[in-house]
Design a protein around this ligand. Structure first.
Ligand SMILES: Nc1ncnc2c1ncn2[C@@H]1O[C@H](COP(=O)(O)OP(=O)(O)OP(=O)(O)O)[C@@H](O)[C@H]1O
Ligand SMILES: [Mg+2]
Length: 508
């Protein structure tokens, strides 16, 4: 499998040596380019359902990056997205690089092994895994309506991380390896009361106790000995002393996540072997995670958030000198996949040469996905501020349109005004057809200066949305902070995209 993988490089990609940041990936106009540097600063595409995000700007940018030789990770929400990306790859001559990760294909990714075998993981291993589980749990938590917004949210998060950290350490110290079934067994067999230690029957059965005994016997470094003492104290003293209610919440939160990974399609895909991993994107593969949320619901969401996190961490650690190829992280219907970690990632991903592209309907989708309330809003603002290219399609959502108008900003505008006061006598003369001038008629005209939105919010509801009625033309307003476009002389530029010929997408 690996052999096939290495050999199957498209000639297009193999020949690509230089990654000049100023190279143009796409020309908005003859004089305004979307450069590699722009792509690495992140892209946000917003527009109402059916406004032409996917088939207009999305398709254009995807093809531009594929043609330039990017590797990438594609998260999917709709069932037809894998097919769409297969079409894109074909069109860009990149079919040989396409990896469709689903239950039907032979690709597998054992994320725990990947973490364990990663060079130089060392002491960071446990924390990396705890963070990975915490990220997946964040999604699980928000699906059940828990998590953000609760006053005691911080406590539960800390308690979950503590259980996770101790379970991972106990297993690594005892067995030197980690598996999802073992994690599950260890947590559900941990002592629930000090009395249990007196029961020979329980001692015989408890996998947790067996692990602690095995870890105790194994030779350990000084640091491992210190870790072991913390783990033993946690499971033998602290954990049994928790109130039943608290303990059951912590355990069930943890096991509900582990349980999903331990069953059906996810166990097969994530807990067996590894023949595809995030590093492959840096070699030019296009990894399409074909477990669409609309079909696989929460299972698909877990799987993709897991992939996204592993991908982000792996790419962040790569050495650009050794592995300079840019990669994209693509999420259409991005609200299903965003997590708090994305803000952090987005601040550093330019250096890691990751071009994030997020597509969604509106601003509020992100706020809701990030937990609502002020925290969700602050995280949304931070995330969106770090996606420098913004393509704003037709939208009827007042919040998004107001946000977009504010983003583009206000400028000094001159409003023309005029008024006239007619002398009644003059009016009377005019009405009988006499037009010579009469005194005492007054009129005035002038300009007033005001600071107004450059683009009024309502302008966004008037953009074309493609389809036969618009001859396949999709409009958008392009904005890049800190850039004046040559063609418009402004910070924003109206752009239009042509959808693909309809016969190529028979389903639409
Ligand atoms: N190749 C095509 N040719 C003509 N019309 C198309 C084509 N692809 C999509 N359309 C139509 O254009 C409109 C925009 O579709 P598109 O899927 O790009 O919207 P979207 O903004 O991604 O919507 P959503 O938020 O629902 O994903 C729809 O009415 C769709 O049916
Ligand atoms: Mg779409």
């Amino acid at each position: 499998m690996r052999l096939w993988f290495r050999n199957a490089r498209s000639p297009h990609v193999a020949n690509r040596r230089l990654w000049d940041l100023e190279q143009s990936l796409w020309q908005w106009t003859r004089r305004d380019a979307w450069t590699l540097r722009n792509a690495l600063e992140g892209t946000l595409i917003l527009g109402a359902t059916g406004s032409g995000k996917s088939s207009g700007s999305g398709r254009t940018l995807a093809l531009a990056m594929l043609r330039a030789g990017f590797g990438g990770l594609v998260l999917t929400a709709k069932p037809d997205e894998a097919r769409l990306w297969a079409d894109y790859c074909r069109e860009a001559g990149r079919s040989a690089d396409l990896v469709t990760f689903n239950a039907q294909n032979e690709f597998r990714f054992n994320f725990l092994d990947h973490e364990l075998q990663r060079a130089g993981s060392g002491a960071g291993l446990t924390e990396n895994l705890v963070n990975l589980f915490a990220t997946v749990l964040e999604v699980a938590d928000r699906n059940t309506g828990g998590g953000s917004g609760r006053e005691d949210e911080g406590y539960w998060k800390r308690a979950n991380r503590q259980l996770c950290r101790n379970a991972v350490d106990a297993l690594v110290l005892a067995k030197g390896r980690l598996t999802i079934p073992d994690l599950y067994r260890l947590v559900v067999s941990a002592p629930t009361s000090p009395e249990q230690f007196k029961s020979p029957e329980w001692k015989e059965r408890s996998f947790c106790l067996h692990c602690l005994a095995e870890a105790d016997k194994r030779p350990k470094s000084l640091a491992q000995q210190a870790d072991f003492e913390l783990v033993a104290d946690y499971f033998m003293l602290e954990f049994p002393q928790l109130s039943d209610k608290t303990r059951s919440v912590i355990v069930s939160t943890f096991t509900s996540m582990v349980d999903v990974l331990n069953r059906g399609v996810l166990r097969e895909l994530f807990c067996t072997s590894t023949n595809v991993q995030p590093e492959d994107a840096a070699q030019g593969r296009i990894l399409v995670i074909d477990l669409p949320v609309k079909e696989f619901a929460e299972v698909g969401q877990f799987a993709q958030v897991l992939w996204k996190y592993a991908f982000q961490r792996t790419l962040e650690r790569r050495s650009i000198a050794d592995s300079p190829r840019p990669v994209f992280l693509w999420a259409d219907e991005a609200q299903h996949f965003v997590t708090s970690y994305d803000m952090q990632f987005q601040t550093t991903c330019r250096a890691a040469r990751v071009a994030t592209v997020l597509l969604s309907q509106n601003y509020s989708n992100f706020v809701a996905a990030l937990g609502g309330s002020e925290k969700g809003r602050a995280e949304t603002d931070s995330l969106l501020a770090n996606l420098n290219t913004k393509l704003l399609h037709a939208n009827g959502d007042p919040v998004t349109n107001e946000w977009a108008a504010q983003l583009i900003g206000r400028s000094r505008q001159f409003l023309a005004n005029s008024s006239s006061n007619q002398n009644p006598e003059s009016l009377a003369m005019t009405s009988v057809g006499l037009h010579w001038p009469m005194p005492a008629s007054s009129s005035s005209a002038g300009f007033s200066e005001t600071y107004e939105y450059e683009l009024q919010p309502r302008e966004f509801s008037l953009l074309r949305t493609g389809g036969p009625a618009n001859c396949g033309i999709v409009d958008a307003v392009l904005f890049q902070s800190g850039r004046i476009f040559q063609a418009s002389g402004r910070t924003w530029l109206p752009v239009a995209f042509q959808q693909a010929a309809p016969n190529r997408h028979s389903k639409r």
